[in-house]
Write a protein that binds this ligand. Structure first.
Ligand code: MN
Ligand code: FE2
Length: 297
């Protein structure tokens, strides 16, 4: 039977640490409401697009909306694992994390419904690498935390969720998509929503950098698990991009989205986080807070 040995709040109170500060930030910035976006102009823009332009938007949205649904469905085992360890400050942050993923799912679903006429055949855009990550690897590594909360299992889960899905795919996808829509003066409500979503995602990734750095600081051998998992999944992340873009003549889509923009941005962000987490070896918990603050800055 599970028991509590004691409570943080009755033994000196919540600790000032990076996850608690991230929680405070999320309460200020993560409270936007998907329902308040007015898609009237976006709908007009949609009606003015040609077939190929519509297919491009549907293709990207199909990756985003299912990705958001997947991360909403699959986060809970991590919350359970952290709560079981009594890490109340991290759990407070995670309460905002799941709420935000739910809102991202709602936002893209609403866009498809109100702007794109509720298509029901979007799984045709889910290329093989996308299926490997979102249909198989993400749910399997997350669900494993229900029965295995070893540092290795936590590290594999966080690399998959925070570093690959969020840190490479979501961040790169939203950045490039937002830039190209804004440059073409299209979909103003979706563009404003993407700004909110990107800001939420940067906190999620900052938490992931914190968690992985903490695991490495506690057990330096965990770095090898992280490195191996990153190397294992990065080709699939790039595969999502290349397989999606090879459907277009010369890799150039309508709206001027280019394969190389995605690939370069993804590679740069990946490298930056890789370095940060590798620096956690042999560091104290206070120093881990500093590494995480760097990420969040
Ligand atoms: Mn999200
Ligand atoms: Fe996220």
């Amino acid at each position: 039977m599970a028991v509590h040995e004691g409570f943080r709040t009755t033994a000196g109170g919540l600790r000032d640490c990076f996850p608690l500060r991230l929680y405070q930030k999320a309460k200020r910035l993560g409270v936007w409401d998907p329902v308040t976006f007015d898609f009237t102009q976006d709908r007009r823009d949609w009606q003015s697009l040609d077939e190929l332009q519509r297919e491009t938007i549907l293709s990207l949205t199909s990756l985003f909306v299912a990705g958001e649904e997947a991360v909403t469905l699959d986060l809970l085992p991590l919350v359970v694992a952290i709560a079981r360890e009594g890490r109340i400050e991290e759990e407070l942050y995670l309460t905002t994390f799941l709420f935000e993923e739910g809102k991202h799912t709602e936002l893209f679903s609403r866009f498809l419904h109100e702007v794109a006429g509720s298509p029901s055949d979007l799984e045709r855009f889910h290329v093989p690498s996308y299926r490997t990550i979102f249909y198989e690897q993400l749910p399997a590594t997350m669900e494993r935390l229900l029965t295995d909360t070893s540092s290795e299992a936590l590290a594999r889960a966080s690399v998959t969720y925070n570093m690959i899905v969020e840190g490479v795919l979501a961040e790169t996808g939203y950045h490039s998509y937002h830039e190209s829509l804004a440059a073409n003066g299209l979909m103003p409500a979706l563009c404003s929503a993407l700004v909110e979503i990107k800001r939420d995602e940067s906190r999620h990734i900052a938490y992931g950098v914190y968690l992985l750095s903490r695991l490495v600081a506690e057990e330096p051998e965990v770095w090898d698990v992280i490195e191996a998992r990153m190397q294992e999944l990065f080709p699939y992340a790039l595969g999502v991009v290349t397989e999606t873009f090879e459907q277009y003549e010369g890799g150039v889509t309508p709206f001027g989205l280019e394969l190389s923009t995605f690939a370069d941005f993804a590679t740069a962000q990946f490298g930056k986080r890789y370095d940060r987490i590798s620096r956690a070896r042999g560091k104290s918990l206070a120093e881990i807070d500093a590494i995480a603050e760097d990420e969040a800055a």
